[in-house]
Design a protein around this ligand. Sequence first.
Ligand SMILES: [Zn+2]
Length: 172
Amino acid sequence: MSRIGTSLRRQSENYHMIIHALCGIVCAYITLDYYPAISHIRLNIMGVLGSLFPDVDHLMYWFWYGKRSEYSLIVKSFLRRRQFRNFYKFIKINHKALSGLYFHNFISLFVAFLLFIYYGLFRGHPLLMVFFMSWSLHYIFDLCEDILFFKRLNPNWYLRFNKFTRDFHYVD
Ligand SMILES: [Zn+2]
C-alpha cells in the first residue's frame, strides 16, 4: 500500500485542481443523463465552476480571515515579489497542511448537498443541480485526500480550526 499511497499522493498533489475540474465534468455528464436536451457546454461550464468555487475559501484565508497566519504571509510575499513559480510550488506542496479553512467543513458539505438535492429533485434546475453536485464532490475529494495524505481528517471538517500546525515545506 505504501508505494501505491506515495504514488497516489504525488499524482494528487500534481493534479489537484485538474482533478477537481474533471470531477465537475463528470457531474455534468451525470446530469446530462437526466436532462439530455440541455446544452452540454453550459452544463460543463457550471460543473467546472461548481467544482472550483469552494476553493475561493483559500483566497479568503490569504486575504481576510487568515491573513496574518504564517502560511498567508508566505503566499503573499511570493505574490508581491511576482515569484509565481514559487507561489505555485508552495501552495501545491503545503495547501493540505492548512487546518484553518473556515468553509471546508461538514456543514458546508451538508448545505451544498441539500442544495444539490433541492435543485435536482425538487426544482428540476439542471444548471444549479450540476453546480451544487460539483460543489459537494469538491469537499468529498478533499476529504479523501486528507485520508490519503494524513490517514485522518483535518480538524477543520469538524469546525475545529487551527488546532495544530503541520510543518510547511519551503521552496526557496
Ligand atoms: Zn478545497
